[in-house]
Design a binder for this molecule. Structure first.
Ligand SMILES: Nc1nc2c(ncn2[C@@H]2O[C@H](COP(=O)(O)OP(=O)(O)OP(=O)(O)O)[C@@H](O)[C@H]2O)c(=O)[nH]1
Ligand SMILES: [Mg+2]
Length: 198
């Protein structure tokens, strides 16, 4: 398993210009696991969580991608594991440490919904009350499905009424100069869920 490809510790208490402080991952805090099929937009979203915009091209994640966000006395580590087939077997191993599962789906690629559903349901079988945030990403693309369609395609009504469940439409585009409010709202919701606990 390759090691950390990219890490950043970002102080979001500074509202507009978060600072990358170090390239090390600090002592593990609360962990948010970020999964989804390859190319769904996990890395792009994490970058946007940290900085508000996406200024650079992103490469497929070869192993892990960890981004730490500090809020007051809370440190939250967002841990992405790449979505390629060779990395998917590692996904389950990280479920045990997660406070929240963020599952990213490319809303414009309906052909992959059955696979996305299968992978998600297999993960959730291992934990019946882990909070789940599904990000219906790439809402800007032509043919992107609605939130309701994705709810049905992923059969989210079946994933258990014991867990907190949220489904949010997002998009991240390189070069957008304005901070992306939908993405920031999603990030703030995730942080709130971590703060509230299960
Ligand atoms: N139009 C559009 N493109 C997006 C969006 N999110 C991501 N992309 C593009 O989709 C491609 C894949 O994005 P990544 O963020 O690398 O996806 P990933 O889920 O991290 O992929 P892996 O690391 O391979 O699992 C990149 O070319 C992104 O620029 C979006 O909301 N809209
Ligand atoms: Mg990635």
């Amino acid at each position: 398993m390759p090691g950390f490809r990219e890490t950043a510790v970002v102080g979001l208490t500074v509202a507009k210009a978060p600072t990358v402080v170090t390239n090390e991952v600090k002592a593990p805090g609360k962990q948010v696991l970020v999964l989804g099929l390859e190319g769904a937009g996990k890395t792009s979203l994490l970058h946007c969580f940290a900085t508000g915009t996406l200024e650079q091209d992103v490469a497929p994640t070869q192993g892990f991608n960890a981004v730490s966000i500090n809020r007051e006395d809370l440190q939250i580590e967002f841990l992405e594991i790449g979505g390629t087939k060779n990395l998917q077997p590692y996904w389950k191993r990280y479920m045990g440490k997660a406070m929240v599962l963020v599952y990213v789906v490319d809303s414009s690629d309906a052909a992959l919904f059955p696979l996305a559903k299968k992978s998600l349901h297999a993960l959730l079988e291992t934990d019946f009350d882990l909070p789940l945030v599904v990000l219906a990403n790439k809402q800007d693309k032509q043919g992107a499905c609605s939130i309701t369609t994705l709810y049905e395609a992923l059969a989210l009504e079946e994933v258990g009424d014991r867990r907190k469940l949220f489904l949010i439409g997002t998009h991240v585009r390189k070069g957008d100069t304005e901070p992306n409010t939908a993405v920031q709202d999603a990030r703030d919701l995730i942080i709130q869920i971590v703060q509230d606990g299960r």
